[in-house]
Design a protein around this ligand. Structure first.
Ligand code: FMN
Length: 169
C-alpha cells in the first residue's frame, strides 16, 4: 500500500478474522509509534503489546467501549506518564503515536480501533505497569472479519470546505 492508500483506507475495525499478526508486522506497527514526533522530543509513551487471548478478554473490561479488544489479534496499550510536560502535550503526543500506528497497520492490511481506559487499576493489575503511569489508551489490531481495508471514497466526515479555511477564517 502507498501512504495515501493507507490513510484513506484506515477505519476503526471492531471485528477481526482471528488470523494472527506476524511478529515482524506487529513490531513494524510499534516502531511507527516509537518514531512519532513529540513536544521537545520528550517521547512520553510506553507501549505494552498484548496477544494472549485470555488477557485480551480481561483487558476488554477496562471500558464499556473496549469490547472489540477481546477478539483482537493484538492490542497495544499506550501508557502516559502521571506528570505532563510544561506545555501539557501528553494527550497530543500520544495521539500522534497512536495515529502513526493505525496508519502503519492499515499499510499492512490490518485494521485497528481505539479505546479509552476507564478502569486504570484493572489495567494495572493485568499488565503490571508502574504507579507513575496513570492513564492509558488502547489500540486493538487485527485483520478485518468482513470487508478488507480499501479506500473509503466518502468517509463520514464534516465537509472539506467547512473544515478548511484558506488564508483566514
Ligand atoms: C480519542 C478517541 C477515543 C476513542 N474511543 C473509542 C472507544 O472507547 N471505543 C471505540 O469503539 N471506539 C473509540 N474511538 C473510535 C471512534 O469512535 C472513531 O474514530 C470514529 O467513530 C471514526 O471512525 P472511523 O475512523 O472508522 O470513521 C475513539 C477514537 C478516538 C480518536
Amino acid at each position: 500500500m502507498q501512504t495515501w492508500e493507507a490513510i484513506t483506507s484506515r477505519r476503526n475495525v471492531r471485528s477481526y478474522s482471528g488470523q494472527p499478526i506476524a511478529t515482524a508486522d506487529l513490531d513494524q506497527i510499534l516502531e511507527a509509534g516509537r518514531r512519532a514526533p513529540s513536544s521537545q522530543n520528550w517521547q512520553p509513551w510506553a507501549f505494552i503489546v498484548v496477544t494472549e487471548p485470555g488477557k485480551l478478554g480481561e483487558l476488554a473490561k477496562v471500558w464499556r467501549g473496549a469490547g472489540h479488544v477481546a477478539g483482537s489479534a493484538a492490542t497495544i496499550v499506550v501508557l502516559a506518564p502521571t506528570s505532563d510536560n510544561t506545555y501539557q502535550r501528553a494527550q497530543f503526543d500520544l495521539g500522534q503515536a497512536v495515529m502513526a500506528m493505525a496508519i502503519a497497520a492499515a499499510d499492512l492490511g490490518i485494521g485497528s480501533c481505539h479505546s479509552g481506559v476507564q478502569d486504570i487499576e484493572l489495567a494495572r493489575q493485568l499488565l503490571g505497569f508502574p504507579d507513575d503511569r496513570d492513564w492509558a489508551f488502547l489500540l486493538s489490531l487485527g485483520y478485518p472479519a468482513g470487508r478488507p481495508l480499501a479506500t473509503i471514497k466518502n468517509p463520514d466526515r464534516r465537509p472539506f470546505e467547512e473544515v478548511v479555511h484558506r488564508e483566514h477564517w
